[in-house]
Design a protein around this ligand. Structure first.
Ligand SMILES: C[S@@+](CC[C@H](N)C(=O)[O-])C[C@H]1O[C@@H](n2cnc3c(N)ncnc32)[C@H](O)[C@@H]1O
Length: 203
């Protein structure tokens, strides 16, 4: 199945609590973002945001310059419906991240559990190049993947697990690692998944 078809199928057939990555509130991401003390008009993009609650949380905190990119039109339809009138405050982009051609610089790039689906070296390098094109001079990056203690698959698809060092190497050309931590994500099914989160800043 093609990548896009897979994700359209997921968001057409499963409720939010039937997927392992569901979080009622994205505490880790929100804590990371608020600790950066970005201005409220900072240009923030969430890659593969799906219908997660990050946009809701950031809107509630007063952020005004938000973009969500996802390969699935259905996921975006779901979050737009949930946000209602507030959806007009978010820019939505339906695109495969590997086809994304950023036209303006972003101050902050967030990716939780999207990047790790890229398992071919060529695709990982392409993602890294797109990040470099997209991030402003003082811009920052926050990437969450499964760690080497995490699952080997997600949503039935192969993923690439990362360690602090292997993730650092992906972005080292233009980004300096600020720090990493791991976290057990409790899934709605009563299991846990070990995530690695790393923050980077442009060199
Ligand atoms: C595991 S979910 C994570 C969703 C969200 N980031 C979260 O933390 O709840 C992966 C998301 O990435 C999106 N996705 C997968 N591959 C993608 C790609 N190549 N380009 C853009 N989005 C992609 C899927 O549609 C889905 O919304």
């Amino acid at each position: 199945m093609e990548r896009k078809e897979h994700w359209e199928n997921v968001f057409s057939t499963k409720t939010e609590k039937e997927v392992s990555w569901y979080q009622e509130y994205p505490t880790t991401s929100v804590d990371f973002i608020t600790a950066l003390s970005l201005p409220l008009d900072a240009k923030i993009i969430d890659i593969g945001g799906g219908d997660s609650y990050l946009m809701d949380a950031l809107l509630d905190l007063g952020y005004t310059n938000l973009t969500l990119l996802d390969i699935s039109e259905k996921a975006i339809e779901r979050i737009m419906n949930r946000l209602g009138e507030k959806a007009s405050k978010v820019t939505f982009i339906v695109s495969d991240i590997l086809d994304f051609k950023p036209t303006e610089p972003y101050d902050f790039w967030h990716d939780r559990a999207c990047f790790h689906f890229l398992t071919r070296t060529f695709d990982v390098e392409k993602y890294s190049k797109i990040v470099s094109q997209a991030i402003a001079n003082e811009g920052k990056l926050f990437i969450g993947t499964f760690s080497d203690n995490g699952p080997k698959k997600c949503s039935g698809l192969e993923i690439s697990q990362y360690t602090m060092e292997s993730l650092r190497l992906v972005f080292e050309k233009d980004f300096e690692l600020s720090g990493c931590f791991t976290e057990e994500h409790p899934t709605p099914f009563g299991t846990t998944q070990n995530f690695l989160f790393c923050g980077f800043k442009r060199k």
